[in-house]
Design a protein around this ligand. Sequence first.
Ligand code: SAT
Ligand code: MN
Length: 580
Amino acid sequence: MTNNQALNEWVASVAELTRPDDVRWVSGDDDEHRELVQVLMDSGDFIELNQETHPGCYLHRSDPGDVARVEHLTFVCTSEAEDAGPNNNWMEPGQAREKMHGLFEGCMQGRTMYVIPYCMGPIDSPLSRCGVEITDSPYVVVNMRLMTRMGQPALARIEREGGFVRGLHSTGDLDPDRRYIMHFPEDLEIQSFGSGYGGNALLGKKCHALRIASYQARDEGWLAEHMLILGVENPQGETHYIAAAFPSACGKTNLAMLIPPESYPGWKVWTVGDDICWMRPGDDGRLWAINPEAGFFGVAPGTGPKTNPNALAMLDHDAIFTNVGVTADNQPWWEGIGSGQPVTDWQGRSYDPEVSKAAHPNSRFTVSAKQCPTYSPQAEAPRGVPISAIIFGGRRQHLVPLVQQSDSWAHGVLLGASMASETTAAATGEVGVVRRDPMAMKPFCGYNYADYFSHWLELGEQIANPPPIFHVNWFRKDAAGNFMWPGFCENMRVLEWVIQRSQGAAGAKDTPIGKLPSEHALNTDGLEIDPQTLSALLAVDEQAWLAELDQIREYLEGYGDRAPQALFTELERVRANLVN
Ligand code: SAT
Ligand code: MN
């Protein structure tokens, strides 16, 4: 119970509708956590992992039909379809509410209903926002405890402020035909039924911190983005912060936790966040950012001693593993972990590489950010961190260079708006098809993309010192299908160029598509890469770019009259550069 009347009334009305055996307000304390772990173990939802090598670690196996976000079942329910835009599935709010009412009716019988007050962002930050998730899943509660600031301190803030985002969730019967993730941005409300998986069920994450928050951010003059935040400290002890957007499962967590290569003595990368960034113009004319999350829900496969040693180091205690394999001595295992052998796959079957990978490609770890060896002390700062550069990046085998800098903010918005990427296992559907994913927000923008692009353009005009905008592509392949850029810790070289450019230093050459590193401007000391590959990574194929521009234009025209003219002006400027 709380002194917030609206919250009490909402909880009572949900209990009346869903008819749980028991209602529990979550405090977030340790005793409660131990009790919930026991509940999860008793039901078989948690399997204890080796407590000697991995104290406090548990394995959860999802229903095999419930292992990723379901974009085709995710809806934005604004009064007008146009406000949701062609980038979202839309349902009329009244109809959506009726449908969800039918599903939620009596669905918590025999279950406990948990009320989770949570805060997205440092508890005392003016940039943070609160929500309350009601759920019948104790797995959601223990994940929300790692991913958000939840329980008593969040409730105290809600009581002070009054407002909060309402999120109602039930795993239902996990029937994919009775599964919907509905958003009502006009009412700051989320309703999710029929899935227990990550982004469908941990409502603070994509549902609140991106879909609802992006809608609020547009009205209030800030940005809610699918971006990691990292700080690069140079040997002189100066730290510059970068916000970078990549689609799900394109290496945001690895980049956020990068350890500079040996040829970078005295350099350090600090992790502020790995997935979501809320940014607001400060009084000093810069953009200030917080990570609204308190933990990482990272992709396990591919996380190993070479790709992300920091992540490995934080995963040997107090972590939840979802859909990974297990070794003979009960340690978690996934493809790329670098040691051990699996005996059981993610579905609990005896491991047979002919039948299945040990870990599901979208298997995940959940862990508190405080366990990350490079977690930035500034990550908890109420005012956030000042952003020196913004990076957009996609997964593109062809065409798109390793790095380019936009000529202006508007050109940078065009770079973001024309982002495309090959799809990954983070969402159900075909993997590896190129789709347009502006600002990596395709599945997460809670309103019409055309209005979102306008918001980005307008915001840039309001900031006295907007950060420069870049585009990167780590994923270029040669004719034999091999990656041309080594990636991982070597991405530091690109980060260094980006930071130097943001300070007005480092060489760049003007090309029709923007500024690219001039010869020798990219530091390749200690890197084995043949000069031809490097120049191919930084080449501009003018004919292919003209064809790409046609596709971008066609894509943007899909947003009709609402698409901002400034983007077409930029597009035509680039086209003119290419033909001249
Ligand atoms: O399932 S989540 O949306 O939380 C993870 C992701 O796809 O980025
Ligand atoms: Mn993500």
